[in-house]
Design a binder for this molecule. Structure first.
Ligand code: IPE
Ligand code: IPE
Ligand code: MG
Length: 263
């Protein structure tokens, strides 16, 4: 029986079996996700791109719930990049509408599941009606102590680094910090992700082998998982499989690691 089970291909395990395979003592604290492939998912079905975004939204809702139930501390979802303004205006408009729909639909659930919502990126560059909804959800969930849901909107990592440098220069001019003592920890405090541990895992769906200007500083030692699944098809099973894979990896952070040490 056990032998047969071990032989099963990963995708044949039931959700229950997958959940049982996860070591609750070795959970990633922070999972970051590049939710990619909505357009291709729609194209395969001869649907408009926005249909892919709509189903992609359902994946996002599901993944937030699964991460929250697993006991992950932080989930960062890349929802709209600073470069995504280059898309046709109709698509950009639909994405903004979907974001507001998400926040309105999910607020009650976030409260119920103790989820704290936060947006990262140049939020002031978003339309006023989107900003208002972000402010409302952030404020309403600010005292929740469960999963921190970071949604990256109008986010570009190089812009984030420039914003950090500006903050540091301004504080140095006001004598609030001493440049000679600037270290990695202090620098991190000026990023949008301040107070958040670096991602343990980065998941990118749809198989693209690139980072697309996401969390360049924070991903320095993250474990990378690029999966072929398109985002609208990425649900509970796919996330559990990625976490199981994560738990098999040896993170070395530049050391020689456990295996070499034991030889
Ligand atoms: C990801 O899906 C969603 C956003 C970038 C907002 P895409 O829209 O990039 O889908 P593909 O990459 O064209 O398939
Ligand atoms: C990255 O996906 C941005 C988001 C998922 C929001 P893109 O589809 O925009 O990335 P590229 O253009 O393929 O690198
Ligand atoms: Mg894409």
């Amino acid at each position: 029986m056990i032998k047969r089970r071990l032989k099963k291909a990963g995708n044949e395990f039931s959700k229950k079996e997958l959940r049982a395979m996860i070591d609750s003592q070795n959970l990633p604290r922070h999972i970051a996700v590049i939710m990619d492939g909505n357009g291709r998912w729609a194209k395969k079905r001869m649907l408009p791109r926005v249909a892919g975004h709509r189903i992609g939204l359902e994946s996002a809702i599901k993944i937030v719930r699964v991460a929250s139930n697993l006991g992950v501390q932080v989930l960062t979802l890349y929802a709209f990049s600073a470069e995504n303004w280059r898309r046709p205006p109709e698509e950009v408009g639909e994405l903004m509408k979907l974001l507001v729909e998400y926040l309105r639909r999910e607020l009650l659930d976030m409260q119920k599941n103790n989820v704290r919502f936060q947006a990262i990126g140049r939020i002031s560059g978003l339309p006023g009606w989107v900003q208002e909804e972000i402010r409302w959800s952030t404020d309403q969930t600010k005292d929740n102590t469960g999963l921190l849901l970071n949604v990256a909107l109008n986010y570009g990592s190089r812009l984030e680094i420039i914003d950090a440098v500006k903050g540091i220069v301004s504080d140095a001019q006001d004598n609030k910090i001493d440049i000679d003592n600037l270290d990695e920890e202090t620098f991190s405090d000026y990023l949008y992700t301040k107070d958040v541990p670096d991602p343990d895992m980065l998941i990118r769906t749809s198989g693209e082998m690139r980072i697309s200007n996401f969390l360049l500083w924070q991903l320095a030692y993250s474990e990378l998982f690029i999966v072929p699944t398109l985002w609208p098809d990425f649900r509970e099973k796919e996330l559990l499989q990625a976490v199981i894979e994560y738990q098999k990896r040896e993170r070395r952070f530049g050391t020689i690691g456990k295996i070499a040490q034991s030889k």
